[in-house]
Design a protein around this ligand. Structure first.
Ligand code: CA
Length: 518
């Protein structure tokens, strides 16, 4: 049961074209714990994800980013105990193989979280290293032949615990680097044996059918040392591509525009575009200032500036915009739960060039109940009854007293819902590959008032994207654009976009895409 007008609109949009089978796709981030529970124990699992793959296909996403699925002592699983296994709460290796096959069958690519800045403190490598250091502390010599794992981490002998370190238990005077948490000892990425381990881990999952990796905490590989982090990213990229030529890597470098520009010199395919995402990023700032003319026009110029700088460092880069993820909270909260702005935030992300990342639940405008990590990772809001795979909240998660918008089951039946808007926006992006693949420049003649305008060029294709970022209707003079036609539009309500002669009327928060007349 779905919304008939939306189904018809999506079918019409799909007829416009298709995107190539590459990594410029819409990727959907799934926190397995909170997504869908298949066996009633309250914890999401891989069979739950498998049961919802048709939902993802209907939404139009072409890829999944799975947050860590390996055995771990925490609910979030960013401290890995075994890189080759699946956490029993999530399922088995055979479930993971089935998930990869089911995704492959639907043309959905899967990237896995590769957490190699650190391991878990209960990983056998760390436990063996600690056991050896305990003997050293009691007067025996350190022997790296007996225990090669002492080189896997960054151990130091010191009088006092250095910053970013924790004491090695039972080994007085020894400390280990652990930038995030005592449960997360930093791996020594300069150690050849560690690099070999990482290569074997990547090969294992790629061979199983994974399509790439999201690289956690790349800025902390060598905390404060950008040049060395760039070297590690270069190595990871070259290694991944040597294992699987179209392997997709996207790195988390939570940093400024200038820093990310530098990090692209590594040749890494993608880096999350933090300057555009999160509550302080460009998308949300522009929407918060909606109607402010000088701010609206920067939406176009910022995309041009970003594309120019990043491609200057790495011509083959694929941008990786997002609004929300598991560390920052929810788009709907950032824009004051204003339904129109929640929708437009989705289109602003999806209509940027590159690979666009969605966080599960953003397509229905989910919000957080609290300002901490577990609350950013609340159960997917499938239906009002809380069945159909709804999970228990992760430990420490505060649920919203009430969600601002309806659950997925209801939004699917509503032609004017956030979900229906997302379906149409994704369909437009997928049907017109110039949107995701195009080089972006501000279209200065049209980029004025409360209308943002960019031109995208890719191979023989061109498009001009117009967006009214205001609560009032806008009119655009297209008299200098006689060779262009209105190809498709997207509005937050039922108000149409109308081209009358050379005058284009854009309703509040409406978007239009022009392409050259054939
Ligand atoms: Ca379960």
């Amino acid at each position: 049961m779905s919304a008939e007008k939306t189904d018809a609109a999506v079918a019409q949009i799909k007829a416009l074209g298709t995107s190539p089978d590459d990594n410029y796709r819409v990727w959907y981030e799934i926190f397995v714990y909170s997504y869908c529970d298949s066996d009633g124990d309250g914890i999401g699992d891989l069979q739950g994800v498998i049961s919802k793959l048709d939902e993802l296909t209907e939404l139009g996403v072409g890829g999944i980013w799975l947050m860590p699925v390996h055995p771990s002592t925490t609910y979030h699983k960013y401290n890995v105990s075994d890189y080759y296994a699946i956490d029993p709460a999530y399922g088995t290796l055979s479930d993971m193989e089935q998930l990869l096959q089911e995704c492959d069958r639907r043309g959905i690519r899967v990237i896995m979280d590769l957490v190699v800045n650190h391991s878990g403190s209960d990983h056998p490598w760390f436990k063996e290293a600690v056991a050896h250091l305990q003997k050293v502390a009691s007067g025996q010599p350190m022997d790296q032949v007996v225990c090669p794992y002492v080189d896997y981490y960054n151990f130091v002998e010191a009088d006092a615990c250095p910053a970013g370190h924790n004491p090695v238990p039972g080994a007085d005077g020894w400390f280990y680097e652990s930038r995030f948490d005592s449960k997360m000892p930093d791996l020594n990425l300069g150690c050849e044996a560690v690099r070999k381990e990482i290569e074997v881990i990547m090969a294992f999952w790629l061979e199983k059918g994974a399509d790439g990796f999201r690289l956690d905490a790349a800025k902390e590989f060598y905390s404060g040392r950008t040049d060395q982090n760039i070297e590690v990213l270069s190595w990871l990229q070259q290694t991944a591509v040597s294992l699987k030529p179209d392997c997709y890597l996207v790195a988390e470098v939570w940093d400024t525009f200038g820093q990310i520009t530098d990090y692209y010199k590594s040749g890494i395919t993608s880096i999350f575009n933090y300057p555009f995402g999160n509550s302080s990023g460009k998308i949300v700032k522009v929407l918060q200032g909606a109607g402010n003319e000088s701010m609206v026009t920067t939406w176009a110029t910022a995309q041009e500036k970003s594309d120019t700088a990043y491609s200057g460092s790495h011509p083959g880069y694929i941008d990786a915009p997002f609004v929300s993820n598991h560390d920052v909270g929810r788009a709907a909260g950032f824009v004051g739960r204003d339904e129109n702005k929640v929708k437009l935030a989705g289109a602003m992300n999806l209509f940027m060039s590159g690979a666009s990342f969605l966080y599960y639940g953003d397509e229905i405008g989910m919000i957080c109940g609290g300002g901490n990590d577990p609350s950013y990772r609340a159960p997917m809001y499938w239906n009002a009854a809380g069945d159909d795979g709804t999970t228990a909240p992760p430990p420490g998660c505060t649920l919203p007293e009430e969600y601002s918008f309806a659950p997925l089951s209801e939004q699917k039946k509503d032609d004017s819902s956030i979900y229906s808007y997302y379906r149409k926006a994704i369909a437009i992006r997928n049907a017109l590959p110039v949107i995701s693949h195009g080089v972006t420049t501000a279209e200065t003649e049209l980029n004025r008032g409360c209308v943002s305008a960019v031109r995208k060029v890719w191979e023989e294709q061109q498009a001009i994207l117009l967006m009214n970022i205001d609560s009032k209707a806008a009119s655009v003079d297209l008299s200098a654009y006689s060779g262009w036609q209105l190809t498709v539009s997207l509005t937050v309500d039922d108000q149409p976009v109308v081209l009358d002669g050379t005058s284009l009327s854009l309703p509040a928060y409406g978007a239009a895409i022009l392409t050259p007349v054939a």
